[in-house]
Design a protein around this ligand. Structure first.
Ligand code: 16G
Length: 245
């Protein structure tokens, strides 16, 4: 970021040049993953560019997903996004999926407890009037990187004590003989609002995948209704298709 180098460089708007320089810095490891970017004003002083120009370059980096902007705490260099091909033909849990890929899964709890069901939950879980629901909302991470926000609702008849769920919901269910064996899943697109984008560490407005899963036991009872938001920049859902007979 030597100002003289800047002056020697011709071509293209200055913010584009700065954007390119900063992305090179990240690619070459000069600016390290997880570390914060110098404040806008400092970059402006070093490069002798205006703060408006610096801001535009930083915004472009955020749009690329190279850096994450956090209100109040500046910008930092994002982890490279893993690419995950997720099969649509196997009923697996997040923990299993990550373990199979040799990644360490973890969760940050957003909500966990027993509640009065919402009208949507009554419908989705086919609950009776007086039923209560266990809610488990988690930010799911793989090797420390946020991958998905999952909000699971289960009848308390299936899961009386949500506080007892440690790392895997499916493991907790399996321990009581309630492993889901079939699920219906619906996937649709959305643009991430600021709150969800911040949780997933991507720029607001980026694409996400909304996934709803309703899972069933062998006897046909519904065990889980889960609404998730997956990072569209990390996930590809893959299904094998066969010629219909
Ligand atoms: C998957 C499921 C989710 C389930 C979770 C259990 C999708 C879209 N969702 O992420 O419905 O609750 O696995 O994971 O695939 P766990 O056993 O690791 O808690």
């Amino acid at each position: 970021l030597n100002p003289e180098q800047w002056l020697q460089q011709g071509g293209g708007p200055r913010y584009v040049q700065l954007h390119q320089r900063l992305s090179e810095g990240v690619a070459q490891g000069v600016l390290k993953t997880g570390h914060s970017l110098p404040p806008e004003r400092e970059i402006a002083t070093i490069t002798q560019l205006s703060r408006v120009t610096v801001r535009k370059a930083i915004q472009a980096l955020a749009e690329d997903g190279i850096i994450i902007q956090r209100q109040g705490s500046g910008s930092f260099v994002a982890h490279p996004t893993p690419q995950i091909d997720q099969s649509l033909s196997r009923l697996t849990s997040f923990s299993e999926d990550m373990a199979r890929r040799g990644m360490t899964s973890s969760s940050i709890w957003l909500e966990r407890g027993v509640f009065m069901p919402s009208p949507d939950e009554v419908l989705a879980l086919a609950l009776s009037q007086d039923a209560s629901v266990a809610r488990l909302a988690r930010l799911r991470t793989a090797d420390g990187r946020p991958m998905a926000i999952e909000r699971a609702s289960l009848s308390t008849q299936m899961l009386p004590d949500p506080m007892g769920v440690d790392t895997s919901l499916y493991d907790a269910l399996e321990a009581t003989g309630l492993r889901p064996v079939r699920a219906l899943q619906r996937i649709s697109a959305l643009n991430l609002d600021e709150k969800n984008a911040n949780l997933l560490e991507v720029a607001p407005g980026k694409a996400g995948l909304r996934i709803e899963r309703t899972s069933y036991l062998t006897d046909g009872r519904i065990v889980e209704f889960t609404q998730s938001i997956y990072r569209a920049d990390a996930y590809n859902f893959v299904a094998e298709l066969r010629l219909a007979k």
